[in-house]
Design a protein around this ligand. Sequence first.
Ligand code: ATP
Length: 296
Amino acid sequence: MMQLFLPLNFLGFVYREMKGSMANVERMFALLRRAPLIKDDVNAGSLAVSQGQIEFRDVSFGYGPERPILDRVSFTVRPQQKVAVVGASGAGKSTLVKLLFRFYDVDEGGVLIDGQDIRHVTQSSLRQAIGIVPQDTVLFNASIFDNIRYGRITADDDEVAEAIRLAHLDDFIARLPEGANTLVGERGLKLSGGEKQRVAIARTILKRPPILVFDEATSSLDSRSEQSILQAIREVSRGQTSLVIAHRLSTVVDADHILVMDQGRIVEQGSHQALLAKQGRYARLWQLQQQQKEPE
Ligand code: ATP
């Protein structure tokens, strides 16, 4: 029943959202207009993920011909490594994620997963292999439990409970009036940005994809929420290949490798310690964020 209910509920949600406001419909069409239609290659097979290695090989890209956004970007996320991307707003960090999902095709170079160019595999198999914790998570008008189960609708109650624990949502849920049965979403309880992000982490834990992408929320979180999100990210990314688009440097300190981007190029890379020792752009970003934290 639950398997049927969730997709139907989701469709209901989409319908209500669309019916509710013409502005939403317009926004959706605007999005569709902007995103080019990517088609599967006629000979496309399924992506075969063995290790979960991601490689960007000399990637150049622009949303339109008039303005290049990425300029010969090359990096590799080795199996089970955590690579973080930092840099000023507009540097091209989220664009890397859009290319990894193949929402757009690169202009030059290639994106490879376990040696397979993602242009030659089906988009469904590609997206099946990647779990994303987005900046803003959509919640359906359903219980918080079902919202989490949406990560894998065949998951049993124990698996959902385990995902709740690993995503550090158990204390929060215990305080809700009806616990995990509390309705959330537009018509129910509104969750904060940090709580929604932990719901997304719990969904991803249930999906268990070989590759993880975190697009960190830009909005500021209080330090308690930030700490529990950091711990939840650590739990879910342990032993998984993960790419983290970071807006707060506290998230990247434990990354295996950090890429610093500026205007579509990688300008520095290395571990947190190595980058601090370099006293370059990363070190300046770090000092700036430490100063902003001090008044707390
Ligand atoms: P932020 O930290 O603010 O999220 P970012 O480093 O993730 O920034 P991107 O979102 O990758 O930056 O954007 C890089 C550039 O591409 C920006 O100048 C942005 O305006 C532009 N851009 C992003 N999406 C589109 C789009 N759909 N169409 C045209 N330009 C876009």
